[in-house]
Design a binder for this molecule. Structure first.
Ligand code: FAD
Length: 305
C-alpha cells in the first residue's frame, strides 16, 4: 500500500523496524516475531539495508517475504553510499516489478570494511540525491502505481553529527523534503522534548509532511550499547543511565526499565498529537507487544474506513 493511502487510513500510524538476519535460522526466528507483531496490525513494517549493499539480497528477500506472506505493507530501506546509479536503478526496478510501494531513502555511512571510503566517488552525495532519483524513476512510469514509490527519509531530532551547524541542517532537511519526500522517520530519542522541538523547527522551516517518532525500548545493556554506536546523534539521559546502571546484573530489571521508559515516552507523544510512532524492534516482539498492551494501542490505532 502506498504510504499516502496509509496516512489517509490511519489517524496515528504504528510501525516496526527489522533488520535482515544473516542465517536461515535467524530468518525463521524473525519471521515468527513478524507473525506475532502482525496481530497488532501495524501500519507498515520496514527492513534495514546494510550500507554498501552488504544486505542487498537479504533485505530484498525479507521485504518480499513479508509482502507475500503477511497482511502488512513492507518497506525497504535503501542507502546510496558505495552504490552506482545503475545499481540503484536495478534495485528500484526490481522492487517496482514486485509491487513494493515505498522506499525509505537514505545515504548511509561507509560500512565497517570500507571506513576510509572516498565519498567523492559516490554518484549520490546525500539522501536528497536519492529522493530526486526516485522521483525521476517515478515519473518514468516504471512503477505499477501511477504515483510511483512513496518516499520516506530520516530526520534527526538531536542533530546529525555530519552537520554541526543546526541551521544548515534544517536547510538540508528542507531540500530533502522538497525533492519529493512523503514522510520522515526520526532517529531514536529518549527525551520527548527533543522531538517536540524538532517538530517545531520543521514547522518553522515549512516542513508539513508527517513526522514519525522513532522509539527504541531498551531491553538489554548490550542492545543499548549497540544502539549508542549505531544511532547517530542519540543522547541517553542521565536518569535512564542511572536507572539501568543500578541493575547491571539483573537483565530482567534492565528490560523492565527500558520498556517502562519507552511506554511513558509513547504515552506522552500521543498526548502531543504525534502523527506516528515507529518502533525500532531489534527483531524482538516482547517490548513492542507490552507497550501495545499497557497503552491499549489497538484502540488508538483504529482505522478509518
Ligand atoms: P542525509 O540526509 O544525506 O544526511 C547526511 C548529511 O548530508 C547530513 O549532514 C545532511 O545535513 C547532509 N545533506 C542532506 N541533504 C543535503 C543537501 N541537499 N545538500 C547538502 N547537504 C545535505 N543506515 C544504514 O546503513 N542502513 C539503514 O537501513 C538505515 N536506516 C535508518 C533509518 C532511520 C529512520 C534513521 C534515522 C537512520 C538510518 N540509518 C541507516 C542511518 C543513516 O543512514 C545515517 O545516519 C547516515 O549518516 C545519514 O543518512 P541520511 O539518509 O540521514 O543522510
Amino acid at each position: 500500500m502506498h504510504i499516502q493511502d496509509i496516512f489517509a487510513r490511519d489517524p496515528t500510524t504504528f510501525s516496526f523496524e527489522f533488520f535482515p538476519p544473516k542465517t536461515e535460522r535467524g530468518a525463521e526466528l524473525l519471521f515468527d516475531t513478524i507473525k506475532q507483531l502482525d496481530r497488532l496490525s501495524p501500519s507498515f513494517v520496514d527492513v534495514t539495508y546494510g550500507a554498501g549493499g552488504s544486505t542487498r539480497d537479504l533485505t530484498h528477500d525479507l521485504v518480499l517475504r513479508i509482502h507475500r506472506e503477511s497482511k502488512t505493507t513492507s518497506i525497504p530501506h535503501l542507502t546510496t553510499i558505495c552504490h552506482s546509479r545503475t545499481e540503484i536503478e536495478e534495485i528500484l526496478s526490481r522492487y517496482a516489478a514486485e509491487g513494493i510501494g515505498n522506499i525509505l531513502a537514505l545515504r548511509g555511512d561507509p560500512p565497517r570494511d570500507a571506513q576510509n571510503w572516498d565519498r567523492t566517488k559516490d554518484e549520490f552525495k546525500n539522501a536528497t540525491d536519492l529522493v530526486k532519483f526516485i522521483k525521476t524513476f517515478n515519473d518514468s512510469g516504471m512503477h505499477p502505481d501511477s504515483r510511483g514509490f512513496g518516499i520516506g527519509v530520516a530526520g534527526f531530532p538531536e542533530g546529525h553529527p555530519d552537520t554541526p551547524n543546526r541551521l544548515e541542517e534544517m536547510d538540508n532537511l528542507k531540500r530533502k523534503i522538497d525533492a519529493g519526500t512523503d514522510y520522515i522517520i526520526t532517529q531514536l530519542f529518549f527525551e520527548n522534548r527533543d522531538f517536540y522541538d524538532f517538530r517545531e523547527r520543521c514547522e518553522l522551516a515549512g516542513i508539513t509532511i508527517p513526522i514519525l517518532a522513532g522509539l527504541m525500548p531498551i531491553t538489554s545493556i548490550v542492545g543499548m550499547k549497540r544502539m549508542a554506536n549505531l544511532a547517530a546523534g542519540a543522547r541517553f539521559p542521565s536518569a535512564l543511565i542511572r536507572a539501568v546502571d543500578r541493575c547491571q546484573d539483573d537483565d530482567e530489571a534492565v528490560k523492565r526499565i527500558g520498556i517502562h521508559w519507552a511506554t511513558q515516552q509513547c504515552l506522552q507523544l500521543l498526548e502531543h498529537d504525534v502523527r506516528g510512532v515507529h518502533f525500532y524492534t531489534l527483531n524482538h516482539s516482547d517490548a513492542t507487544r507490552q507497550i501495545y498492551e499497557t497503552l491499549a494501542l489497538e484502540h488508538v490505532a483504529q482505522r478509518s474506513g
